[in-house]
Write a protein that binds this ligand. Structure first.
Ligand SMILES: NC(=O)c1ccc[n+]([C@@H]2O[C@H](COP(=O)([O-])OP(=O)(O)OC[C@H]3O[C@@H](n4cnc5c(N)ncnc54)[C@H](O)[C@@H]3O)[C@@H](O)[C@H]2O)c1
Length: 348
């Protein structure tokens, strides 16, 4: 008989709801003995709505949730992650923590050391690592036909998420969010730049703050030099154009192939043009089918977390992967603080 795996949630907002639904969609609950236990959010109405919709039990404290489960989702705003990860690791629980890990690099490092020391299965919400779009783009890049990556242009813009369907207030408060568009949103992009092209050797960045929320930058433009010799630029913008919720456009220039990601983060399309004039484009079901052989396991981040926990193995992407992205983000902030001076990534 399958052993039980008791799963709890701390935080019952937007992303907690996403993971709860995704866990349901993964179809893994019955096969891997998932039992939904406690959920806690200081916003009682949210706790109760989440419990009613998901089958979790509304609880009155973080401790009650931690005591109720073997694996916990930490889906609070960012400043709470460190304390909750420490409490969960102390109990030996498997941990899914949302990105960014923490409001600073030092705290992200401390958290990574904590989970590594306890050896618990750990995973981070850098979900684009499982996106068909980015898996296919990586496949196109890694093919010998493409030649080496020469340069990448990565643009990410969305309306500042203190409005619209996010309607969060904490993203305008640096004590809770740590910083603005680069840390809170584009840490995904930095992670994808590493995933697609490789390690980053040095950066130079400029930032701006049009909205005027203290410590919450809403524009970052960064130049990257990769260890491979490739170069890149990242532009991250939080504007007030509610017609643009979250949109990425990525162009990768290889020696003999040009690749464009433009559209949905998951379903594409991804298009390419080769030196011999051959072109291609994949999206939706065709794209999903094309990446099946490229996957190490499931396309569902929550299915991966449960499977890795039950199998007692490391999950991906883990805290170590997230820490690498934090290091680059931190280097970009340090550069922006010194008017775009060059910062080596190993300089920390
Ligand atoms: N992976 C992704 O693509 C993605 C997308 C959105 C958000 N996030 C991240 O997820 C986290 C939450 O974002 P969100 O959009 O769900 O925000 P949200 O505002 O919808 O929900 C956050 C919730 O945390 C609760 N909370 C605060 N302190 C708590 C505590 N000590 N215990 C329990 N609950 C607590 C708040 O009351 C709130 O309901 C953030 O770190 C954010 O960066 C990741």
């Amino acid at each position: 008989m399958t052993k039980e795996l008791r799963v709890g949630f701390i935080g019952a907002g937007l992303i907690a709801t996403y993971h709860s639904k995704s866990l349901r969609r993964s179809g893994i609950e019955a096969t891997h003995g998932v039992v939904r236990t406690g959920v806690y959010d200081p916003d009682t109405a949210r706790t109760e709505a989440f419990a009613a919709a998901s089958g979790h039990t509304a609880m009155a404290s973080e401790q009650a949730v931690l005591d109720s489960c073997d694996a916990v989702y930490i889906c609070t705003w960012t400043s709470e992650h460190r304390r909750l990860v420490a409490a969960a690791a102390e109990r030996g629980l498997a941990i899914f923590c949302e990105k960014p890990l923490a409001i600073s690099l030092d705290l992200a490092r401390e958290m990574t050391e904590t989970v590594l020391a306890t050896g618990v299965t750990n995973q981070v919400g850098l979900v684009l690592r499982r996106s068909p779009v980015y898996l296919w783009a990586k496949h196109l890049i890694d093919s010998p036909d493409a030649g080496r990556v020469m340069s990448v242009v990565f643009r990410d813009d969305q309306f500042i998420p203190i409005q619209g369907h996010y309607s969060s207030t904490w993203r305008a408060d640096k004590r809770l969010a740590g910083a603005g568009t680069l840390l809170e949103h584009s840490i995904h992009d930095v992670d994808m730049l590493r995933f697609l092209v490789g390690d980053v050797a040095r950066v130079s960045a400029n930032s701006a703050n049009f909205h005027g929320h203290d410590g919450i930058e809403d524009v970052v433009s960064a130049c990257l030099a990769f260890s491979t010799g490739a170069t890149g630029v990242l532009t991250s913008v939080w504007h007030d154009n509610l017609a643009r919720p979250s949109l990425r456009r990525v162009e990768v220039f290889c020696e003999r192939r040009h690749i464009v990601i433009d559209g949905d983060d998951w379903f594409g399309p991804v298009s390419w043009v080769d030196h011999d004039g051959v072109t291609g484009s994949l999206e939706s079901d065709e794209l999903v089918a094309a990446v099946v052989p490229l996957r190490d396991g499931t396309d569902n981040p929550d299915g991966e977390f449960i499977r890795a926990t039950v199998e007692g193995r490391a999950a991906t992407p883990d805290f170590t992967t997230a820490l690498r992205a934090h290091e680059i983000v931190d280097a970009m902030y340090r550069s922006a603080a010194t008017d775009g001076a060059m910062v080596m990534i190993d300089d920390a």
